[in-house]
Design a protein around this ligand. Structure first.
Ligand code: ZN
Length: 339
């Protein structure tokens, strides 16, 4: 397929030289939901050399409306998103090296994953992880591209260590928090618009065309026909603990890491053991079967339901407790059934 990238090479800011650069680059995508799936598909089609995609969740039917890599069969098989994503991405472009990781990316893992990465794409739905990405980006001088969306509203920004303000700087002034939950619903064009910004910025970084990078915080509301771009250059703070003159990267410290998380708009609490050790699902299934209830299993996870209780246990030790947003209640159920 020698003409595979001909249209992209004809685009003069990329050209053959840019295409060669793209082929030799490595992108890390954190999250394989709507934003992660969109970014991954575009970058794989664009001929990225290597793609690492990490996600903690599995495919559900409510994802299919906007998460473009997934199918009804993935829902039936309850496949982890990272695995389902890799399956589809490999069908699209078999030349790309794809690392699919079923995990809740913690600081320890992020420190390993970022090595050799040219750009990190934020496709998460929470600020806990974004703050970790932000500090990792500063520590390892790796650019990252923020993206968030809810309803018909979306936001994006490109963080370049040493040049732009960091996320901590922005959070001091710009009200970009609170956009973490999809309880307000979402339409798929919102996702596509954020993905368009993120992929374009990623391509500029990959072909090393830094001078045309966005350098503005873009936001839009597709339903209300609003589009804005705010210059935030002046918000960089010398005293910032992440990007300032004496950085301490506070979010990489163990005290600042969350062990339980309420998953966005899902009535679900995730519990992550302090040390992630592989869990023996066979033994656990045996134990749970004695309590009654329904158990189903595949190579990656075990699902257990009894009455109103539903929980999913992943091989890496994480547990999702469905049907509650209450962390304490979730922990109680966790200790009752799992530990
Ligand atoms: Zn900063």
């Amino acid at each position: 397929m020698s003409n595979r990238y001909s249209r992209q090479e004809l685009f003069s800011p990329i050209g053959k030289k840019g295409q060669d650069r793209i082929r030799n680059k490595h992108v890390l995508i954190i999250g394989a939901g709507a934003l992660g799936a969109g970014n991954a598909e575009s970058l794989v089609r664009a001929g990225i050399g290597r793609l690492t995609i990490a996600d903690r969740d599995y495919v559900e039917s409510s994802n299919l409306q906007r998460q473009q890599l997934y199918t009804e069969q993935d829902v039936k098989n309850r496949l982890p998103k990272a695995i389902a994503a890799k399956k589809r991405l490999t069908q699209i472009n078999s030349d790309v090296t794809i690392d699919a990781l079923v995990m809740d990316v913690s600081v320890e893992e992020m420190e390993k994953l970022v090595r050799g990465v040219d750009v990190i794409i934020d496709a998460t739905d929470n600020f806990d992880t974004r703050m970790i990405i932000n500090d990792i980006s500063q520590k390892y001088k790796t650019p990252w591209i923020y993206g968030a969306c809810v309803g018909s509203y979306g936001l994006s920004y490109t963080f370049i260590p040493g040049k732009t303000p960091c996320l901590q700087c922005l959070l001091h002034t710009v009200p970009i928090g609170g956009l973490t939950c999809d309880t307000a619903g979402i339409i798929s064009p919102t996702v596509q618009m954020v993905v368009a910004h993120q992929v374009t910025e990623a391509l500029k970084i990959l072909v090393e065309d830094d001078k045309v990078l966005l350098s503005k915080l873009v936001s839009f509301d597709l339903w209300k026909n609003d589009h804005t771009a705010i210059n935030v250059d002046s918000l960089r703070r010398g005293t910032c603990t992440s990007c300032g003159n004496s950085p301490i990267y506070p979010y990489l410290h163990p005290d600042n890491q969350t062990k339980t998380a309420v998953l966005c708009g899902r009535d679900t609490v995730q519990i992550r053991p302090p040390r992630q050790t592989p869990r023996d699902l066979v033994t656990l299934a045996d134990k749970l079967s004695k309590l009654g209830g329904k158990i189903s299993q595949n190579d990656f996870l075990l699902s257990y339901s009894s009455g109103a209780i539903r929980m999913v246990v992943f091989k890496d030790g994480r547990v999702l407790i469905h049907g509650t947003k209450d962390v304490v209640e979730a922990k109680t159920l966790y200790h009752r059934y799992i530990e």
